[in-house]
Design a protein around this ligand. Structure first.
Ligand code: PRE
Length: 397
């Protein structure tokens, strides 16, 4: 029986990993090629993957619905096989979603790092750059990765925060504030996009190209030249999976060379981004902050709000300038809970102010007195101030 047909029976209570009944689960470990006769043995190599996905209900969690192998599923596999793909896409790990989070027992000495997207996404590469021996955990959405850390399902999350071409990833700025995680590091990654297609397909045959919106933007010139329709997906590797699964010969993908390998697609063009130096900066998030050092260059990330008044932002920025502290990033986001603030009647009641959150990264460690003084000074007139993290600067591209 093919590995794609392997289903694992309910896990019995397993004291050393603390897993209770998981329901019927398909073997999701790509390395697992156990046959049906051997399934009752819980020491199966896929145990780690299953254990990693064990469930403890959280507030908004839907109960896990046991999966059963349906005739459609079998048809799908046979259909895929008949199209001749050498990769069995059913064996890919299913990414976690925000409503599909469960707590995880630890059965691995490896650091587990969550990222958004499917295997082969750039987030996975960033996680492996930061922790070369880590176990990567795919998540459907950014928020699922935040929750996975909070629920001890993983140790860290690695999420994109800005791109040299596309700018800030606003969703993650907002999530940084909504969740109580700490920034413990950063990863700068050169992103080299490839144009992928099904085996045997020429780039001239493509009518549409699927990818993450950032990747589509970063490859604007080649897409315009090809005259294709752009289709947005949640992540680049997810786009590769879709095309591999659909077998649509007129659909191409922008994704990594690793995604091509995982999903059995051919690389039609390499390094197709408009800007050669296409760099994405990822943040490493953890439950606990690190103790800041002064042994090597550090950055500190903060978020604050200011009282209304002329020159307030100027005053805020002056706390850094007067101490010779260099700012590497400033971002403002509307404050969601009070997106619009109407002034009181004494001010005629007609003026409306937007309240903004200011996110700043500056080049100093919180272990340095100048950074501590700058924060104390800022606190004098900031209505809210939080240090999101202090971490070593990543200068290795
Ligand atoms: O889709 C992916 O592969 C991602 O890792 C996400 C992401 C992003 O959010 O910017 C990361 C890097 C690339 O710039 C394109 C997409």
């Amino acid at each position: 029986m093919a590995a794609s047909h392997i289903w694992v029976s309910p896990l019995r209570p397993h004291s050393n990993v603390g897993v209770s009944d998981l329901g019927l689960r398909r073997c999701v470990d790509m390395r697992c090629n156990w046959d049906l006769e051997r399934l009752p043995r819980w020491e199966c190599c896929c145990l780690s993957v299953l254990a990693q996905r064990a469930i403890t209900p959280v507030e908004d969690e839907k109960p896990l619905i046991p999966q059963v192998e349906t005739s459609e599923a079998i048809d799908q596999v046979q259909d895929t096989q008949s199209r001749g793909f050498h990769k069995d896409l059913n064996l890919l790990p299913k990414p976690l979603s925000a409503t599909d989070i469960f707590s995880s027992p630890r059965n691995s000495a490896k650091v587990r790092v969550a990222y958004q997207g499917m295997p082969g996404a750039y987030g996975e590469a960033a996680a492996l750059k930061a922790y070369p021996k880590c176990e990567t955990v795919p998540c459907e959405e950014f928020e699922a990765a935040f929750k996975a850390v909070e629920l001890w399902l993983v140790d860290k999350a690695v999420l994109p925060i800005e791109s040299s071409v596309g700018g800030s990833i606003h969703r993650n700025y907002d999530l940084l504030l909504r969740h109580r995680l700490h920034i413990v590091g950063e990863v700068q990654m050169v992103v080299n996009h490839c144009l992928l297609g099904l085996p045997g397909v020429q780039k001239e045959e493509l009518k549409r190209v699927l990818s993450h919106p950032q990747a589509l933007d970063q490859c604007d010139m080649i897409l315009t030249k090809l005259g294709v329709v752009r289709v947005s997906t949640d992540d680049t590797a997810g786009a590769a999976l879709m095309v591999a699964a659909s077998g649509e010969r007129d659909s191409g993908v922008i994704a990594s060379d690793r995604a091509a390998e995982i999903y059995g697609l051919n690389i039609l063009l390499e390094k197709i981004q408009d800007d050669d130096d296409n760099i994405t900066r990822f943040l490493i998030l953890a439950r606990e902050p690190i103790i800041p050092g002064t042994d090597r260059p550090h950055k500190t990330s903060i978020v604050f709000t200011l009282e209304e008044g002329p020159g307030m932002l100027f005053k805020a920025l002056a706390v850094f300038a007067s101490r010779d502290i260099n700012l590497t990033k400033i971002e403002s986001r509307p404050q969601r809970k009070r997106p619009l603030r109407v002034v009181d009647d004494s001010n005629k009641g007609s003026a409306r102010y937007f309240d903004y959150l200011f996110y700043i990264d500056f080049e100093a460690s919180m272990a340095e007195p100048r950074a501590q003084h700058a924060m104390a000074h800022l606190q004098e007139f900031a209505s809210f101030l939080r240090v999101l993290g202090c971490y070593a600067t990543d200068s290795a591209l």
